[in-house]
Design a protein around this ligand. Structure first.
Ligand SMILES: NC(=O)N[C@@H](CC(=O)O)C(=O)O
Ligand SMILES: [Zn+2]
Ligand SMILES: [Zn+2]
Length: 430
């Protein structure tokens, strides 16, 4: 039995500091408490206590590209970033399109023991977009797959998407779509706009995302199914989501930290660290995404943590792989874009980083209220501290962060998974 006493924390950043007692993985008391004999004490000094973060969209590169990230290193990055659960995307090699792979990922995550790694199952066999994978077998396997996605690629065939949505309802799972009409993004390198035109890059038009989101909202509505939209990047998508939600469509959506903060002005650097899918858009898109997140039109923040090897990033723009790291910087970017701007309070941060993603991902033991009797999946944040980003110091093997050298607000000082301290003062605790 492990006992942890968090002394003087402010749950959701509200009210006077309280002590939170955690015994055997569960919150057993909250108030002004004495230190039990055997307790490990965390002096919180008035810091903000939140439910542990849940990332609906993480790329761990195991199996296949363990030179860039493994389940263990990605789990460490997640714990340091304040996460207690992550969903690992299926675009590994081999693809997670069957029970053997998803169960392997789930078990490796449990062995690492730092966050719950929930494997996402592929929607189609080999991510080929031709034939449905065995969703039912994966949903019923040991990993209990709850989210399916071909992320990296779009389920572009509308009939296949319709069938996937129909099956998902029967299985009680959710389909997460990487919305990119492939015919509109052939050879695309960057957001179709002034910056790409100036540099001679083939454009990735907003309509390539929006046309799929609109189509899928209609398909979901007609199938009475749930749809989750990955990495929303355009202002038009926010409008479509609002329209669909107002009609009662069961659609949820995520936005990445980088789409909240960064824009295609970054193209001027020629540095492929800024290359990502969907691409960085304009300031007016970013502004709209921040407002949509604050209003709940976009439900949550997901990192789309995408580790890449040096040789796949430190090269010519057109041959570089898209994607950027996110797990260890997500909270700080949310503080910078949403909290410091007054768009979200800490309750709101708990909603978009923990509660909503847990609900969308069908997790019953994460994103829970900070109350007696609840599982102790918790994150302690120093809201006033700042830090400087150094990719080389991340727990991730890869270092492709677009925030290198930036000074960011908000520091995760402790993370607890079922009452066990997984990260403390920037170090993994084991
Ligand atoms: N976001 C990216 O640019 N890349 C992701 C795939 C994806 O999320 O589409 C990857 O797997 O590297
Ligand atoms: Zn994607
Ligand atoms: Zn992704």
């Amino acid at each position: 039995m492990t006992t942890v006493l968090i002394k003087g924390a402010r749950p959701y950043g509200e009210g006077d500091p309280v002590d939170v007692l955690v015994e055997d993985g569960v919150i057993t008391d909250i108030g002004s408490l004495d230190v039990p004999d055997d307790a490990e004490v965390i002096e919180a000094g008035g810091q903000v206590l939140l439910p542990g973060f849940v990332d609906l969209h993480t790329h761990l590169r195991e199996p296949g590209r363990e030179d860039t990230e493994t389940i263990a290193t990605g789990s460490a990055a997640a714990a340091l970033g304040g996460y207690t659960a992550v969903f690992a995307m299926a675009n590994t090699d081999p693809v997670a399109d069957n029970a053997v792979i998803v169960d392997h990922v789930w078990r490796r995550g449990q062995e690492a023991g730092l966050v719950d790694v929930h494997p996402v199952g592929a929607v189609t066999v080999g991510l080929k977009g031709e034939k449905l994978a065995e969703l039912g077998t994966m949903a019923k396997s040991e990993a209990r797959v709850k989210v399916f996605s071909d992320d990296g690629l779009c389920v572009a065939d509308p009939l296949l998407m319709r069938r996937a949505l129909e099956y998902s309802t029967a299985l009680g799972v959710v389909i997460a779509q990487h919305a990119e009409e492939p015919r509109l993004t052939v050879g695309a390198q960057a957001h179709e706009g002034e910056q790409a035109a100036r540099l001679g890059y083939t454009g990735w038009p907003a309509s390539a995302e929006e046309s799929i989101v609109a189509r899928d909202c209609l398909l979901a509505e007609h199938a009475n199914a749930r749809l989750h939209v990955c990495h929303v990047s355009t202002s038009g998508t926010a409008d479509i989501l609002k329209w669909a939600k107002d009609r009662g469509t069961k659609v949820s959506a995520e936005v990445t930290p980088h789409h909240l903060l960064l824009t295609d002005e970054r193209l001027a650097t020629y540095d492929p660290v800024n290359k990502v899918n969907p691409p960085l858009r304009t300031e007016s898109d970013a502004e709209k995404l921040r407002a949509a997140l604050a209003e709940g039109v976009i439900d949550c923040v997901a990192t789309d943590h995408a580790p890449h090897a040096v040789q796949d990033k430190d090269c010519e723009w057109s041959s570089a792989r898209p994607g950027m790291l996110g797990l260890q910087t997500a909270l700080s970017i949310v503080v910078e874009t949403m909290v410091r701007t007054g768009l979200l309070d800490w309750r709101g941060v708990a909603r978009v980083m923990s509660e909503r993603p847990a609900e969308i991902g069908n997790l019953t033991d994460h994103g829970r209220p900070i109350e007696v009797g609840e599982p102790a999946n918790l994150t302690l944040v120093d809201p006033d501290a700042e830090w400087t980003v150094r990719g080389a110091e991340f727990a991730s093997i890869a270092a492709n962060t677009p925030y290198e050298g930036m000074r960011l607000p908000g520091v995760v000082t402790a993370t607890l998974l079922r009452g066990r301290i997984t990260a403390r003062e920037g170090k993994i605790a084991q």
